[in-house]
Design a binder for this molecule. Structure first.
Ligand code: AMP
Length: 418
């Protein structure tokens, strides 16, 4: 028997109400903040991600789904949403548009990770990117938007963490300082951190191994190493967030897993959460990424949230979704002529915008009524050959059981006029 590949899930109709809720709230929020939707391909040339996410990151080293297509081109299934959007920004000349260009997306994301609750090999993200502006007011607007999103959904008990990891001017000297600090503790590091020390020292700060925690706590903080411009930028971001009453906590461990971030980085986690794995969303500035991809130097900032983790949290917190969709009408029939008339009227109802179920397979009326009950419809129309001959149909209230005989020709106006 085939099964869904390890680390992937089927999202069945019963779950869809949650996904629909999250996605419609996201799209509505984006409209208010002035974001337009973008869709990029599920796969891109492999180089796009190696170049931007960075050699030495977990994603590029261990997690991408990369394959050669039939003309021997290396392709990668999208492991994150930002690089493809930036590629599209350059490719379509969006620098000629009024800046910042504000884009949002819903995307399937593929990472070969160790599957567990809330961690999949294919997951779904909602993300936004605001490209072409360096004003710290844009950072704070994007962070406020991310924070607001969880409130709109009805989620509680979340924490927003923020940090600044500097720019290409000041980060190298900070990393030097960090390496110098760690150089006298190499023997105490967990095996993974020994590798990080060589390849990606910033990531030493978000190690979750208990044995590394004291070292992380005492490590030099990136904020202390910021150049005057980055310091001022961070100060303004924090000031704006205060004005907007967005409660954020500085967290010097927050560095994020991708190389392209500069200056502001942030993450949203459940208060009772256990580290990065429970992150519900995060983002940051990436002022060099567009240039790295061959575009003009263009500052930008964005965030992405994990829709699947949001759905899990909505359920855990018992958030009630707005009342579920009307299940509509059930059309039942007994007899050949009745079936033909039932089929005709069902099509007519759907054209009029009414959700309708019809019985299949010439089952008994009793079994059709049982199905109508199971579907949870409010009303049924029951066609019999005798009624059809008279031009009438039985209209039944499924909750109370009352029923009336109505003219078939009046059914549509009866339903559409309430
Ligand atoms: P990232 O690009 O890693 O910052 O991911 C953005 C958000 O996507 C995270 O905050 C998580 O909510 C979610 N996410 C990341 N990786 C996974 C995964 N493997 N499975 C489910 N959700 C994920």
């Amino acid at each position: 028997m085939y099964k869904a590949p390890r680390g992937t899930v089927d999202i069945l109709p019963a779950e869809q109400a949650y996904y629909w809720y999250v996605e419609t709230q996201a799209a509505e929020m984006c409209r208010r903040y002035g974001y337009g939707r973008i869709e990029t391909p599920v796969f891109e040339e492999a180089g796009l991600f190696v170049r931007t996410i960075g050699q030495g990151t977990d994603i590029v080293e261990k997690e991408t789904y990369t394959f050669k297509d039939r003309s021997d081109q290396e392709m990668t299934l999208r492991p994150e949403g930002t690089a493809p959007v930036c590629r599209a920004y350059i490719e379509h000349g969006m620098q000629a548009l009024p800046q910042p260009v504000k884009l949002y997306y819903f995307a399937s994301i593929f990472r070969y990770e160790r599957p567990q609750k809330g961690r999949y090999r294919q997951h779904h993200q909602f993300g936004v990117e605001a490209i072409g502006e360096s004003d710290p007011a844009l950072d704070s607007e994007v962070i406020e938007m991310a924070w607001n999103f969880y409130a709109i959904l009805g989620l509680n008990d979340l924490a927003l963490y923020i940090n600044s990891i500097g720019c290409r001017e000041c980060r190298p000297s900070y990393i030097k300082k960090l390496k110098k600090y760690y150089s006298s503790h190499i023997d105490e590091l967990c095996p993974q951190c020994k590798i990080r020390y060589e390849r990606n020292p910033l990531r030493l700060l978000d190690c979750k191994e208990p044995s590394c925690q004291d070292l992380v706590d005492a490590a030099p903080k990136s904020e202390a190493g910021l150049c005057p411009e980055c310091k001022q930028h961070f100060k303004e971001v924090l000031g704006n967030l205060k004005i907007m009453k967005v409660p954020c906590k500085k967290n010097h461990r927050l560095v994020r897993g991708l190389d392209y971030y500069t200056r502001t980085v942030f993450e949203i986690q459940p208060m009772a959460g256990g580290g990065a794995q429970s992150a519900l969303g995060g983002g940051g500035r990436y002022d060099n990424l567009i240039e790295e991809l061959g575009g003009k130097p263009t500052p930008a900032i964005g965030f992405a949230v994990g829709i699947d983790r949001i759905v899990l949290t909505l359920k855990e917190q018992g958030v009630e979704l707005p009342s579920s969709e009307d299940q509509g009408i059930y059309v039942a029939y007994a007899g050949e002529k009745a079936k033909a008339e039932a089929i005709r009227l069902t099509a007519e109802m759907r054209t009029a915008g009414i959700p309708v179920h019809i019985g299949f397979g010439n089952k008994s009326l009793k079994s059709q009524m049982r199905q109508a009950n199971n579907l949870g419809v409010s009303f049924a129309f029951i066609f019999g050959d005798d009624e059809v001959a008279k031009g009438t149909v039985v209209y039944k209230d499924m909750s109370g059981g009352d029923q009336w005989e109505v003219e078939i020709s009046e059914v549509i106006s009866l339903l559409t006029q309430g």
